[in-house]
Design a protein around this ligand. Structure first.
Ligand SMILES: CSCCC(=O)C(=O)COP(=O)(O)O
Ligand SMILES: [Mg+2]
Length: 228
């Protein structure tokens, strides 16, 4: 019996291209202006203090902090403080109508159907919770935030670490076996399975879907089985 579904975003509900060709470049292009305008704001300073400590940079050296953050964006680092700052920058783009977040039609259809059936839906992404709410709030499918009961990010831990899924399961407050986790990254579904969750490995761009003994293996949401 599945009572809750937790989904990844990039590569699962939505295309990798949108994240890598729209969101990441927007953050990179607007980072310097954002930093120069927003230094002094509490949330920005909290994030920058972590960046300065992690990278051993003087907190007063704005240009060095910008250079470090640009390197991390280019390397697609899933660092919580970077993700927090990216979310703040994306907010301008979404609110300005520069872009809307992508969602695959099969994901949209299934998420709506599962929600109507009373399934609890959650998101677990490396993007900050603020960024996730923007993603589903300013979405090609409309404002989809009503679909989700809660959101988890890397403050619950890294997505390839099984203990992160244990923490999420405790927050959801259901037995792990009643939670289905969806992701395009096999290491993430492996970690969720290690924590006892049911899993579906979503392989969107694959001509031939690889099989796996522990996971449902699908190419889109229409093929996901949800025993109820
Ligand atoms: C919240 S949308 C931006 C996604 C993002 O920043 C990212 O790194 C994608 O990570 P995911 O865990 O969704 O694959
Ligand atoms: Mg993903």
């Amino acid at each position: 019996m599945i009572k809750a579904i937790v989904t990844d975003i990039e590569g699962t509900t939505s295309s990798i291209q949108f994240v890598h060709q729209v969101l990441f470049p927007y953050a990179a292009q607007n980072l310097a202006d954002f930093m120069r305008q927003q230094r002094g704001e509490d949330a920005v300073e909290v994030a920058l203090r972590d960046v300065a400590t992690d990278a051993k940079i003087d907190i007063a050296d704005t240009e060095a902090l910008i250079a470090q953050l640009l390197d991390w964006i280019a390397e697609d680092k899933k660092i919580t403080t970077l993700k927090s700052l990216q979310g703040m920058i994306w907010e301008y783009g979404y609110r300005n109508g520069d872009f809307q977040a992508h969602i695959y039609p099969d994901a949209l259809e299934k998420l709506i159907a599962w929600h109507k059936q009373g399934m609890e839906l959650y998101v677990y992404s490396s993007g900050s919770i603020h960024a996730q709410k923007l993603f589903f709030g300013f979405n090609e499918g409309g404002d989809l935030r009503y679909l989700f009961k809660n959101y988890f990010d890397t403050t619950s831990g890294a997505k390839r670490d099984w203990e992160s899924y244990r923490r999420i399961q405790q927050q959801i407050n259901l037995p792990a076996s009643e939670i289905l986790f969806l992701s395009d990254i096999v290491e993430e579904v492996n970690a969720a399975a290690e924590a006892g969750m049911q899993t579906a490995w979503v392989q969107r761009e694959s001509e031939n879907v690889a099989t796996h003994p522990q996971h449902q293996c699908v190419s889109n949401f229409a093929d996901i089985q949800v025993p109820q």
